[in-house]
Design a protein. Sequence first.
Length: 221
Amino acid sequence: MDFIYAWSSKLDSLSPLLDWSGIPLDLASLAALAAGLGWASGLRLYALVFVLGALGRFGGVHLPGDLAVLTHPLVLGLSGLMLSVEFFADKLPWLDSLWDAVHTFIRIPAGAALAAAVMGDMGGAAQVAAALAGGTLAAGTHFAKAGARMAINASPEPVTNVSASLGEDALFAGGLWMLLHQPLWFLGALAAFLLLALAVIVLMWRFIGRLFRPRTRSGAT
């Protein structure tokens, strides 16, 4: 089955991926989609599940692999509810960090599961590889987001937190649009994002290390 044109049933401007070094065109496209879903899961998991489910159920888009389960009314309803809750929780400094801490155990396995679901028709090896990649991308995105927001939440004023949250909403929407319409451009942007996320994680790790480093007494020999 040609997954490229299945995805473009309602998204006619979808740009197909190039044939990379003999990799089948449909497999390359699915790999890019799996990577994108892993990234998006670490940023806005519930919005991702709801948008994909709505596209499949109401937009006439054929979701590849095992993603069709997202069109079930129960999944749509629950993801829509959690999307609404997260939209407001993410903008409250006292709740945002707690929300991110809890979702460390949700976003990462969900990113792995969604990436594996993309490869539902490609065999077990492809599913395992996609799960590993999707979980890793979800983890990187989640920890970069959580670390940056933890630093922002240290500020007592709420404006910075709300602005950061709205910026993440815009980043998710723009990234998902690019994934569906310009997948090659998305992969380039994803590489740049991962470099930035790595820098944020390293900086936060060093900051936490300094906080817990034992202080030497002044004048001690």
